[in-house]
Design a protein around this ligand. Structure first.
Ligand code: DX5
Ligand code: ZN
Length: 224
């Protein structure tokens, strides 16, 4: 199933609840929360208190993407705040297997993220334990960047591995996914589509989400 995970990084924070509601009306089914610590990435965003504030305003799953140096230290706080899905960057996890176990033990769905410079092969051993793999199609840190086509091969390779290994993890893609790039991403095999700047815009968010999903689903049915 193709799903839109709308990234609130591009929303108007002063009206966050309304922004989420508009993206949800447009068909978005996952709230993507970009957590940045100013160390792993050169930007600072939000943490567990924001997740806690979001929890009562929507029933949609909260997908927290941790771009932080020491994710293990924050796993309990995100669980407590109400996160449903939690992904960690492969690059910062000295004990990736242990970190994914910890996420699961805290009742959240574990995901692992790879940057554009990180090969898919670094994940093979943990694929059986993840609910989703997030392929970054920009270098993380900021919204509104240009899509890097090298992500397409990685998505296709992951889809192949999933088949070969008899697994059912989902493939999420994040960064520069917009009207003009979403078709190729879906054709490559991604099914959780993160989009921020392509969705949020004053007065147009609902319609943007609808149009985005329409394009994505058309590409998916061409594939079959
Ligand atoms: C980048 C973040 C993305 C970002 C996507 O570090 O992980 O989730 O919000 O934004 P757009 O869709 O604007 O590229
Ligand atoms: Zn993200």
């Amino acid at each position: 199933m193709i799903e839109l995970a709308f990234s609130i990084l591009a929303s108007d924070f002063a009206h966050l609840a309304d922004e989420v509601a508009a993206a949800e009306r447009g068909g978005g089914t996952i709230v993507h929360v970009d957590v940045m610590d100013g160390h792993f990435v050169p930007n600072i965003t939000f943490g567990p208190p924001m997740v806690k504030a979001l929890r009562p305003v929507t029933k949609l799953p909260l997908d927290c993407h941790l771009m932080v140096e020491n994710p293990d230290a924050f796993i309990p706080a995100f669980a407590e705040a109400g996160a449903d899905m939690l992904s960690v960057q492969q690059e910062v996890c000295r004990h990736l297997h242990r970190t994914l176990q910890l996420i699961e033990q805290h009742g959240m769905l574990p995901g692992v993220v790879i940057n554009p410079g990180t090969p898919v092969d670094t994940l093979i051993e943990v694929l059986p334990m993840v609910h989703y793999v997030l392929v970054m199609s920009v270098n993380p840190g900021f919204g509104g960047q240009k899509f890097l086509p090298l992500a397409l091969e990685k998505i296709a390779y992951l889809a192949e591995l999933r088949e070969e290994m008899g697994l059912n993890f989902r493939i999420e893609v994040d960064g520069g996914v917009a009207h003009d790039t979403v078709g190729s991403v879906v054709e490559a095999g991604a099914d959780m589509l993160v989009a921020g700047s392509a969705i949020f815009s004053p007065g147009r968010t609902e319609q943007n989400a609808q149009e985005f999903l329409k394009t994505a689903r058309a590409a998916a049915s061409d594939e079959k």
